[in-house]
Design a binder for this molecule. Structure first.
Ligand SMILES: N[C@@H](CCC(=O)N[C@@H](CS)C(=O)NCC(=O)O)C(=O)O
Length: 216
């Protein structure tokens, strides 16, 4: 018997916002969904109706049946587990589960944060404080990229030979970091990380969901 899939709606503001990860995942799983675009100029993400879904007024938000979830990483983790049979997450008792969770959190709390920290540093007037903070951040980024390099030099995906939701989350956030020349210079020195990212960009579900569409 095929499992019934409740209606799925994903709220976003632009194709490349953090909801792109969930779209890529849903596309990879072959699950259809409705995209609901909010007009930021009209402050639709601050409307009472939307604030009932996410009181912070941030996107993405996912509605699935009667459930409402915000936080892009949590949305992806939830979808992958809810549709476990699609093979985008290892089962709870799989030996791959610990590493899977490690990389999911790495995407949300380490890689995503590099870009937001860089944006804050960019607002500091040029001088010693800014230079010191930027060097410290780039050193941390280099450590994170070396950590990824070690894993990706042994297998094409983070968990081995198959793509998982961890690759979708890490790949999307890495792509964003790469838009800063300072991060890109470091990333390009890691051959396995570079070819991993180049490969992810060619995947049909990534292309269809416009996950890497910022420049286009
Ligand atoms: N940690 C949150 C961050 C959510 C977030 O900041 N989303 C941005 C777009 S990617 C947003 O809502 N921006 C609205 C705005 O800038 O007005 C997540 O991963 O979902």
């Amino acid at each position: 018997m095929t499992k019934s899939i409740p209606p799925i709606r994903l709220y976003g503001i632009v194709s490349f916002d953090r909801g792109a990860k969930a779209k890529w995942l849903l596309t990879e799983m072959g699950i259809s969904y409705e995209s609901k675009w909010l007009d930021r100029e009209k402050k639709e993400n601050e409307s009472p109706a939307f604030l009932r879904l996410n009181p912070m007024g941030r996107i993405p938000v996912l509605e699935i049946g009667d459930e409402v979830i915000f936080e892009s990483g949590a949305i992806c983790a939830y979808l992958a587990d809810r549709f476990l049979e699609k093979g985008l997450a290892p089962a709870l008792d799989s030996p791959l589960r610990a590493k899977y969770q490690q990389w999911l959190y790495f995407a949300a709390s380490t890689v995503d944060v590099f870009q937001t920290r860089m944006m804050i540093i960019e607002d500091i007037p040029a001088g010693e404080v800014r230079t010191t903070k930027e060097s410290a951040l780039l050193e941390e980024f280099a450590d994170a990229m070396e950590t990824l390099e070690v894993t990706l030099s042994k297998s094409p995906y983070l968990l081995g030979s198959r793509i998982s939701t961890a690759d979708i989350c890490v790949g999307y956030q890495l792509y964003w970091c790469q838009l800063w020349p300072e991060f890109e210079t470091i990333l390009l020195k890691k051959p396995s990380v570079k070819s991993y990212l180049d490969h992810l960009r060619t995947l049909p579900a990534a292309i269809e969901s416009k996950a890497f569409s910022y420049e286009e």
